[in-house]
Ligand binder design. Structure first.
Ligand SMILES: [Zn+2]
Length: 102
């Protein structure tokens, strides 16, 4: 009867709605990526959570991305983590080098 039942967390339905909203195109431009690549419906679309909270599946928090843009976004995210990690390792190496070279 009621077709528009609110089942917000059903992923296939989310993909469906995002596809409709974007016209089956990458929404990278929403993230300043200047991309409108076509996303075939049978491809595995990638959903990015704009506020970084994967539990928030609100349409306003979701951006449909092509694999290219998705990896860029992921890279950017992990860049911050990587920098923190590299710094930590560098400090650990520095202190161990000091320790072993007396
Ligand atoms: Zn894209």
């Amino acid at each position: 009867m009621r077709k528009e039942e609110k089942r917000r967390n059903s992923l296939p339905e989310l993909f469906e709605r995002l596809h409709r909203r974007s016209g089956a195109r990458c929404e990278g431009n929403k993230l300043g990526l200047d991309c409108t690549a076509r996303l075939p419906k049978d491809s595995a679309p990638l959903i990015h959570h704009a506020n970084g909270n994967p539990g928030n599946n609100d349409m306003s928090n979701l951006v449909l991305l092509c694999p290219n843009c998705h990896s860029k976004v992921i890279e950017e995210l992990s860049e911050k983590r990587r920098k923190a990690y590299v710094k930590k390792v560098a400090e650990a190496v520095a202190s161990s080098v000091l320790a072993t070279s007396e």
